[in-house]
Design a protein around this ligand. Structure first.
Ligand code: SAH
Length: 370
């Protein structure tokens, strides 16, 4: 089947042949599986899956034969291929193998006041940002809603008594190029897992139609835009989608989102030595972010073999942040979490040899969001 284009300009996939995750079933679909059972079974099943985070086989409120039957119909999609732990156990990164062999990553980060899961929305990515490990891999396929929800559930199981409070769609892939499935995942994470909308963040390269849709959703989630450059010449190069939706149009959409949702906008800025880390770049960024009242997250670029630029020095990072501050922009310097375990976007998968992966594309590192 030929891939078709969705409104965000990314190739769509039918998803045929991909075994669904048990979390792809909404209440209605689960209800159909329970045909002939008393009506209260759906509540028991739903609670077992989303409050107790149990597998169908372990939902002991259900009779054993039913559990067996449900387990057969409701398989998990993620199997652990590799797990790495760093920051004294505060950062855990998984490489999951999906039913079709695709590999994706999820990261769980514990902080003093919260625990954040960074979720992948696609296997690979079609946005082709040259500095990004996932961008260098190319696009494999969209993830299903269940495959996204399952990442959060697996992370919460691991977190135990520490409640996963925040979910950021900043793992592999472009969430707004997989809009419908991503939005269903957001609704499930909000509705069934009980995370508040203000603790959910979608990060995008800047797909303007997607940002506009997001602004009009009933649930106001946070928007992060991977800006990296505040002039079109440089951004065209760093984030190729800018050629389709340049900065002026992106600003309009961001402003619309901030206005309709009341959420603070944030810009991600990977600081690259001598590319976008001069005081002039800071001034440009301040001019762009100021009218939008955007918060800026700064992170030194994680170098990747496919992109011969290094991250800015700590001094440059500090000076850049100071310049933004002097110009009235709120900026936070992010620490790269888990560099020692390849815990940056696309990097764990990239550390597999091409033979293991069955491919030969160049791959490497990216940064971790907060
Ligand atoms: N496609 C979405 C979400 C995934 S990328 C987006 O672009 O926002 C998550 C963040 O990591 C983005 O801000 C991205 O620009 C950043 N990133 C990617 N590669 C990086 C690298 N090598 N160093 C630092 N940040 C990187």
């Amino acid at each position: 089947m030929m891939p078709t284009e969705n409104d965000a300009g990314a190739p769509e996939q039918s998803g045929k042949g991909i075994a669904p995750s048990l979390y792809d079933h909404d209440r209605f679909a689960l209800g159909e599986l329970l045909e002939g059972q008393p009506a209260y079974r759906i509540d028991q099943l739903w609670q077992g899956l989303y409050s107790d985070l149990a597998s169908p086989a372990d939902i002991t409120t259900l009779p054993a034969p039913l559990r067996g039957e449900l387990s057969e119909h409701l398989p998990a999609a993620l199997s652990e291929d590799r797990r790495s732990v760093s920051d004294d156990g505060q950062t855990i990164k998984w490489l999951w193998r999906l039913a079709d062999g695709s590999l994706i990553e999820t990261v769980l980060m514990h902080y003093e006041d919260r625990s954040t899961v960074c979720v992948s929305s696609q296997a690979g990515c079609a946005m082709a940002c040259g500095f990004c490990a996932t961008g260098q891999m190319g696009f494999d396929r969209h993830l299903s809603t269940g495959e996204m929800v399952e990442q959060v559930i697996r992370a919460q199981r691991e977190a135990g008594s520490r409640r996963v409070s925040n979910v950021v769609f900043m793992g592999m892939g472009e969430p707004l190029a997989n809009y419908d499935r991503t939005w269903s995942a957001i609704e499930r994470i909000h509705g069934a897992l009980g995370l508040s909308a203000r603790h959910l963040t979608i990060s995008t390269v800047g797909l303007v139609p997607g940002i506009r849709r997001l602004a009009d959703e009933a649930l106001p989630v946070n928007l992060a835009v991977s800006l990296h450059a505040a002039n079109n010449r440089l951004r065209d190069e760093l984030v190729p989608v800018n050629r389709r939706w340049p900065l002026e149009i992106l600003a309009e959409a961001c402003g619309h989102h901030a206005e309709t949702t009341g959420r603070r906008l944030s810009f991600e800025w990977a600081l690259m030595h001598d590319v976008n880390d001069t005081l002039r770049d800071a001034a440009e960024l301040a001019d762009y972010a100021g009218p939008l009242a955007a918060h800026v997250n700064l992170i030194p670029l994680n170098p990747t073999p496919g992109w011969p630029t290094r991250g800015s020095s700590p001094l440059r990072v500090r000076e850049f942040a100071e310049e933004l501050g002097n110009r009235g922009i709120n900026a936070t310097i992010r620490r790269t979490r888990g560099v020692d375990i390849d815990a940056a976007c696309g990097q764990l998968r990239a550390s597999r040899t091409p033979v293991e992966l069955g491919q030969t594309r160049p791959e490497s590192a990216a940064s971790l969001p907060d």
